[in-house]
Design a protein. Structure first.
Length: 322
């Protein structure tokens, strides 16, 4: 009898143990199944002048990317070095987001000097600036198209250029276009937004496009990423997603001064990330606090934009290679 009782107790214990193991197994499987898939992107690093990056450059780039990934709520973010390449890995973010996070992150606030809208006349005036050293070589390749374009003074004259001229400009690379006078970049229809992708120097006027294809001629930068203390996505009271930008003390002083200059005529300020005009609001009064960046942005776009601004500018240019 005692033996049978021991057998029964042993069987009960075995059943309890099996249930416990089964329960533990279910929890483990569910935990693994619930993990978000990992995404990864490999990027090649080069200095802005095309040279090889230093160890300090790569270490700084790694820290900037980690900050961006954390700001974008990427789980288990990792950035590993492999020679002059960096490999980004993380969960909760697809490959598309990781690719967008490797942008240079060069934020510029620039006064809008002129705009060219499709079917509408140009507004504003055009400044002169020093010639680019590489411009003569580009002018030689353009041949007779260059002096024809140099004579253009307004939008209508640009539209009247013969197809042979516009097609010659359409064959230029983005680097070639960046050497041209800003007037030419703005007014020659053959220069498209697809060619206006070079990030211009902060101390020079540039021509850039917004996502709708409007060309903007923009003054020298008054605010850069170094003047940004933080950025967060937010759902605004008007029912649209925005990015709240907080300035450093010096950045706030500079932006307040810029807004004071623009307010009397309700001029626009172009908010440019890398080579894209994200927003170009008209300034109606002096602004002494934070700024909201809007422009029909989705929640995803504001999260990416805030993350790009979070870690500051990258010291290198990154090209996705895998």
């Amino acid at each position: 009898m005692a033996v049978r009782r021991a057998q029964v107790l042993g069987l009960i214990g075995a059943v309890i143990l099996l249930i416990g193991l089964a329960s533990w197994g279910i929890v483990t499987v569910l935990g693994r199944a619930g993990e978000l898939p990992e995404a990864s992107v490999s990027v090649q690093a080069k200095r802005p002048d095309g040279g090889a990056p230093s160890d300090a450059d790569l270490d700084r780039a790694r820290q900037v990317l980690l900050t961006r990934m954390r700001t974008a709520n990427v789980e288990d973010p990792q950035v590993d070095r492999d020679g002059d390449r960096l490999v980004l890995r993380g969960r909760g973010a697809g490959e598309t987001m990781l690719r967008e996070l490797v942008g240079t992150g060069q934020l510029r606030f620039r006064r809008v000097l002129a705009t060219v809208f499709t079917g509408q006349p140009m507004t504003g005036t055009l400044p002169e600036q020093p010639a680019d050293a590489a411009r003569p070589a580009v002018a030689d390749r353009l041949g007779e198209a260059y002096p024809a374009a140099a004579a253009v003074q307004d939008v209508d004259q640009g539209k009247a250029l013969p197809p042979s001229v516009t097609s010659a400009f359409g064959a230029l690379s983005a680097a070639d276009v960046a050497t041209l006078p800003v007037r030419m970049r703005l007014l020659v229809p053959g220069v498209t937004c697809a060619q206006l992708t070079e990030v211009g120097a902060a101390d020079r006027s540039v021509v850039a496009c917004d996502k709708d294809g409007t060309k903007y001629l923009l003054d020298k930068a008054r605010i850069t990423a170094a003047d940004i203390a933080g950025a967060t996505p937010a759902f605004g009271p008007t029912g649209e997603w925005t990015v709240n930008v907080r300035f450093t003390a010096d950045g706030q002083r500079q932006f307040t001064e810029l807004s004071r200059e623009l307010a009397p005529q309700r001029e626009q300020v172009g908010i440019v990330l890398d080579a894209l005009v994200v927003s170009a609001p008209a300034i109606q009064s002096e602004i002494t606090g934070d700024v909201q960046v809007s422009g029909n942005l989705s929640q995803y776009q504001t999260e990416v934009l805030a993350a790009q601004l979070a870690g500051g500018e990258l010291p290198v240019r990154l090209t996705v290679v895998g």
